[in-house]
Design a binder for this molecule. Structure first.
Ligand code: BGP
Length: 473
């Protein structure tokens, strides 16, 4: 493991900051999503509806508590913190010509605080935080105009923080939107609300194209602003295993993988792979893709790939095998893996899958990788004021060991590792608080009650030790 390996934690603005209207912030898509649960999907409402509960409005009040929180991160020895810039703090509606100074000022203070503690900020530009106005007026990334709005936002913040932030990522988990059966993914990735009977796949391919162009323009511009910038894409990685050695399963797994990999293929190589063009052809799809788009995509290839990794999935071509139904980040053909245990939220726990996926991506692209999310969501119990989160320690330890093997034994070039939700955030998929990830507990419940006080869990000291030992645990 390299000596300057970026150990740290990750959050996203909308899941922690709260203060959804402070300092001139406009509404974002996260502000119109109600709280759900394991059983009940989050609702996307038409604006804010009175009487409904929106957990992101308050988040965990990081906007007010960030100094205290950063001191705790520093105590653990964090070398970096991944967070996002809430687009609607900077451009409240998204289509303004000039930015909101108060919003910019907040991130100046936040980054200064991190740097004062020797913590490198790692910034996602768009982590499910599109200004809501852009959804209402333009239909989100259905519109080509979104490229201009996004690039204006990206350029504004990259110029402003050019001496404070080196590591950037464009669109968080851009490939999530290929999961068409759950409405929240296209909404949070692209600001798209599907219409009755629409060809969802076609819509998503077009939206993703505009995002590829916006991302490539951002990479190119970013390198002009500061040649030292490292600008990456961000992929949700879920290895797809074939259920058996039946060639039908093998082929299906390959095809299933490509549904996600085409996103990183385009980001890293700068052009559409032949298999996706053939797929479009066979479906009779035609898109708004110009020659200028194709040129800019080649000029704006990413410097690295940020990956999130939580679980793996299994696929079967056999119609008689029972399907799991729509699970997180898996297809409708996914089946249970008899070798793995599940988290209470039905995510298959697979540490070796992390080593596998890091090798898969590194073999394919030969560009540096950065594990920017990995973590264990669990309903932690308070026992006499203490949280003995041994299961989290086990989950993370097992994953870290596999990650170290990928680097030390397999030769994967890895920039860093940030544990998702290093301080309990609001869950993205369910909006719950009880799906906790942190080394730091936050006293807030699913209905928004609590003191918002912070408390170290057992994993806090454990992770400090992991960092001190540079992962040799
Ligand atoms: C990823 C998102 C994060 C995060 C994480 C855990 O998909 O990038 O924002 O929340 O998953 O998901 P959840 O919060 O639903 O457990």
């Amino acid at each position: 493991m390299r000596k300057d390996f970026l150990w740290g934690g990750a959050v996203a603005a909308h899941q922690v900051e709260g203060a959804y209207q402070a300092g001139g912030k406009g509404l974002s898509i996260a502000d119109v999503m109600t709280a759900g649960s394991r059983e009940k999907a989050r609702e996307i409402t038409d604006g804010i509806v009175e009487g409904k509960y929106y957990p992101n409005h308050e988040g965990i009040r990081f906007y007010e508590h960030y100094k205290e929180d950063i001191a705790l991160f520093a105590e653990m020895g964090f070398r970096c913190l991944r967070t996002s810039i809430a687009w609607s703090r900077i451009f409240p509606n998204g289509d303004e010509e000039t930015p909101n100074e108060e919003g910019l000022h907040f991130y100046d203070e936040l980054f200064d605080e991190l740097l004062a503690h020797g913590i490198e900020p790692v910034v996602t530009l768009c982590h499910f935080e599109i200004p809501y106005h852009l959804v209402k007026k333009y239909g989100g990334f259905r519109s080509r105009k979104m490229i201009t709005f996004f690039v204006r936002f990206a350029e504004t913040v990259m110029r402003r923080y050019r001496n404070k932030v080196k590591y950037w990522m464009t669109f968080n988990e851009i490939n999530n939107q290929i999961l068409l059966s759950n409405d929240i993914y296209a909404f949070t990735n692209s600001g798209i609300l599907f219409e009755e009977g629409e060809d969802r796949l076609k819509t998503v391919y077009q939206a993703a194209h505009y995002e590829f162009v916006a991302s490539a323009m951002t990479v190119k511009l970013g390198h002009e602003i500061n040649p030292d910038f490292m600008i990456g894409c961000m992929m949700a990685t879920t290895p797809v295993y074939p259920m058996t050695c039946n060639p039908k399963d093998i082929m299906l797994a390959l095809q299933e993988d490509r549904k996600n990999l085409y996103f990183s293929d385009v980001h890293v190589r700068g052009y559409y792979p032949s298999y996706i063009r053939k797929d479009w052809e066979s479906r009779g799809y035609q898109f708004d893709i110009t020659q200028d788009d194709l040129k800019i995509m080649r000029e704006g290839c990413v410097d690295y790939i940020g990956v999130s990794y939580y679980l793996s999935s299994v696929i079967s071509a056999d119609a008689s095998v029972e399907k799991l139904g729509n699970n997180y980040a898996t297809s409708l053909d996914a089946v249970e893996n008899p070798y793995l245990e599940m988290t209470p939220w039905d995510w298959a726990i697979d540490p070796k899958g992390l080593r596998y996926v890091l090798n898969q991506y590194y073999d394919r692209y030969q560009v540096p990788l950065f594990v920017v999310e990995n973590g264990f969501g669990y309903d932690d119990e308070l026992e006499e004021g203490q949280i003995h989160d041994q299961n989290r320690i086990k989950y993370l330890g097992d994953h870290i060991r596999e990650m170290v093997e990928a680097v030390d034994k397999d030769g994967v070039d890895l920039l860093g590792y940030t544990v998702w939700g290093c301080i309990d955030p609001v869950s993205f998929t369910t909006g719950e608080m009880r799906k906790r990830y942190g080394f730091i507990y936050v006293d807030k419940d699913d209905d928004g009650n609590g003191t918002y006080q912070r408390k170290r869990k057992d994993s806090f000291a454990w992770y400090k030790d992991v960092i001190e030992k540079n992962g040799k645990i």
